[in-house]
Design a protein around this ligand. Structure first.
Ligand code: C2E
Ligand code: CA
Ligand code: CA
Length: 407
């Protein structure tokens, strides 16, 4: 047997531009096309959204499965007639046979899904067969997923802090809290690797909550000991799953209050793709947090293709310009013009701007000339463990006034 996992491209664009009824018609046309290209013994199913799964049975060999997958790919690439439009929605197909996986239906689906992701990564409109390399990757991910469950209890997690400077006067005015995982046998695991695993397995609620509380505790401690001043803020990264967790607003405000912090001193960083998510509830939650005095920052701005014309409608207070802009801006006049317009527009909308990934004095000069408010990057400091961050702040700025009410 073989399992084929399909994901169709540009489906969201059809929904957004022609409406959901047209999207439904496209789905029906796709299903008809799939059914027309398999035998009666095979099973075709819609798995959810624009994902379809086909189970091929009684196959003579693996090559036949590949031939069928290629045939389906070609059939899917032909346009669909929907409401007078010729719509093209090519497929990314993941293929797995029971020769590679004998772990039962759930495992077959999981592997086919993984192969489909690889097909998307390779540029879509192709078939990718699940192989031993992907198998090892999956095993590795599963092992990390399991280890992550006990990481907090075993003291393997920590938070490092990277300074954020006011570009007008060079003062350190805030820090971004960044999570670190030191695995007992594998050493440091980069967040770009374990955060997605935590997100897929919903552990991000626990792990992200751990980071959030560690940051609150740290800020209280620094303020009580006069390391930072009253208006110093820490920003914490928050994943979409956390934002959509029931009671998230109450969770955030109760933690901030519990540590006797002012609401404005803990900021939430949510990525552009989370903020512009079509689901209205993300926006609602962020707005409620703002109503409670928590500041919301849009992270990695410029990577999620949100429209500038809709910027004034988003429930945000600050805009973090992605480091890809800063990195390639020097010397590239088009990018300079775009970045500069973003800063100007943000300023008109009373949004503060932060430039990420400042690695050279050129970058500072550029951002300053545009009127960008804050900057962050390796040039100022790497993300540092709390003791080192503290030493750096004290050395540069001297002790702050201790906060009386926290004593
Ligand atoms: P991010 O939110 O965009 O965080 C900034 C990343 O840029 C950090 O990587 C930081 O070390 C890096 N960076 C800072 N300055 C520079 C620079 O000048 N040049 C370059 N090349 N890089 C710079 P890091 O710490 O590896 O974190 C990676 C990502 O992991 C973060 O990207 C964030 O999306 C995620 N992450 C980290 N901690 C958490 C957390 O507690 N919760 C959630 N949900 N995500 C987290
Ligand atoms: Ca961030
Ligand atoms: Ca970022």
């Amino acid at each position: 047997i073989a399992v084929l996992f399909f994901d169709f491209d540009r489906f969201k664009a059809v929904n957004d531009s022609l409406g959901h009824d047209a999207g439904d018609e496209l789905l029906i046309s796709i299903s008809q096309r799939l059914v027309a290209n398999v035998r009666d013994v095979d099973t075709a199913a819609r798995f959810g959204g624009d994902e379809f799964v086909i189970l091929l049975e009684d196959l003579p060999d693996t090559d036949t499965a590949k031939l069928v997958a290629d045939k389906l790919l070609k059939a899917c690439a032909k346009s669909h007639d929907v409401r007078g439009h010729k719509l093209v929605s090519t497929a990314s197909i993941g293929l797995v046979t029971n020769e590679t996986s004998d772990g039962g239906p759930a495992e077959l689906l999981r592997f086919a899904d993984a192969a489909m992701y690889e097909a998307k990564r390779r540029g879509r409109n192709c078939v990718v067969e699940f192989d031993s390399e992907m198998f090892n990757e999956q095993l590795d991910k599963l092992a990390l997923e399991e280890d992550l469950q006990s990481a907090a209890a075993n003291g393997e997690l920590s938070v490092v802090y990277q300074s954020i400077l006011d570009l007008n006067n060079g003062n350190i005015v805030a820090a971004e809290a960044l999570l670190r995982w030191h695995h007992p046998t594998r050493g440091p695991i980069p967040p770009d690797m374990f955060i997605p695993i935590a997100e897929e397995s919903s552990q991000i609620v626990a792990v992200g909550g751990w980071a959030f509380e560690a940051a609150c505790r740290q800020l209280t401690d620094w303020r009580r000991r006069g390391v930072v001043s009253e208006d110093f803020a820490i920003s914490v990264n928050i994943s979409k799953t956390q934002v959509l967790m029931p009671g998230f607003v109450e969770y955030v405000t109760s933690q901030v209050d519990r540590y006797k912090l002012t609401r404005s001193s803990i900021k939430l960083e949510v990525t552009e793709t989370t903020v512009v998510d079509n689901r209205a509830d993300v926006g609602d939650v962020l707005q409620k947090l703002r109503d409670q005095g928590i500041r919301v920052m849009m992270d990695d701005f410029g990577t999620g293709h949100s429209s500038l014309s809709g910027l004034h409608l988003l429930p945000i207070d600050e805009l973090k310009i992605d480091r890809s802009f800063i990195r390639s801006a020097s010397g590239n006049t088009d990018l300079i013009a775009i970045t500069s317009s973003i800063v100007t527009l943000a300023d008109h909308l009373s949004l503060k701007t932060i430039g990420e990934g400042i690695e050279s004095p050129d970058h500072i000069a550029l951002l300053q000339s545009m009127g960008c408010n804050y900057g962050q990057g390796f040039l100022f400091s790497r993300p540092l463990p709390p003791e080192e961050f503290e030493a750096m702040v004290l050395e540069r700025q001297g002790p702050a006034k201790k906060t009386a009410e926290l004593n």
